[in-house]
Design a protein around this ligand. Sequence first.
Ligand SMILES: C[S@@+](CC[C@H](N)C(=O)[O-])C[C@H]1O[C@@H](n2cnc3c(N)ncnc32)[C@H](O)[C@@H]1O
Length: 249
Amino acid sequence: MPTVPEDGALPAGPCQANDYDSIAEAYAALNETSLANAYYERPAILALAGDVAGRRILDAGCGSGPLSAALRDRGAIVTGIDISAGMLERARRRLGDDVHLQQADLKSPLPFPSNAFDDVIASLVLHYLGDWTAPLAELRRVLTPGGRLIASVNHPYSIYAPHRQPGRTADYFATYNWTEAWTIGDQRAQMTFWHRPLHAMTDAFTQAGFRISVVSEPQPLPAARELFPDEFPVLTTGPNFLFFVLHVG
Ligand SMILES: C[S@@+](CC[C@H](N)C(=O)[O-])C[C@H]1O[C@@H](n2cnc3c(N)ncnc32)[C@H](O)[C@@H]1O
């Protein structure tokens, strides 16, 4: 997990909200082996996706491409988009020409025709968006009828959990943003996340025309118990992320 200074202070410098470019190298390296990503989030997404051979998949917010690589290895035809040029550069190094990669902002119209994909995977990206209405409409547009949106987000419980910093606001039912300073190695960035209660997520999905097929709160892989003896019990007794499988209705 990134370390968070207690006072949340950032050094003077050109840090911007959600500036993955500032931490691209360090975040990409951490993501490869971390409990949260390698032993929890990524295996859960791949299990929910199931057999993806031959499916056209958009990895929305693909970062440095670990999921794109896993989906490609399982026979999917993968396209990756991300807002961060730095993260995309690392994805390009990993994936070469196997995956079509393009810089795109989920808050803007997507550069794809309608019905272009069988699945969209939005792994740990929707919680960076304040308003889900237009992004979800776009993700639905590019999905084929019967297609799936498989998404993971910060669990709305997680910032109220005892191991996190004391609640940024007491109101679980509000939709609001909060900012956390991340330090990974010697790289720093300021991350702004949107908290929204569970019902606001499900309302947004159904209003965008998705049918909710699965809501999942998985456990990390058992192999992580010995590798992360301190973090493992925290994650097995309180969820960090929440997972959805949604079908185009
Ligand atoms: C926590 S990382 C997850 C990366 C990848 N999905 C994974 O699981 O390894 C979040 C990613 O979302 C991207 N992102 C944030 N806001 C975005 C937006 N508005 N449009 C597209 N990508 C965005 C970031 O640049 C970053 O690469």
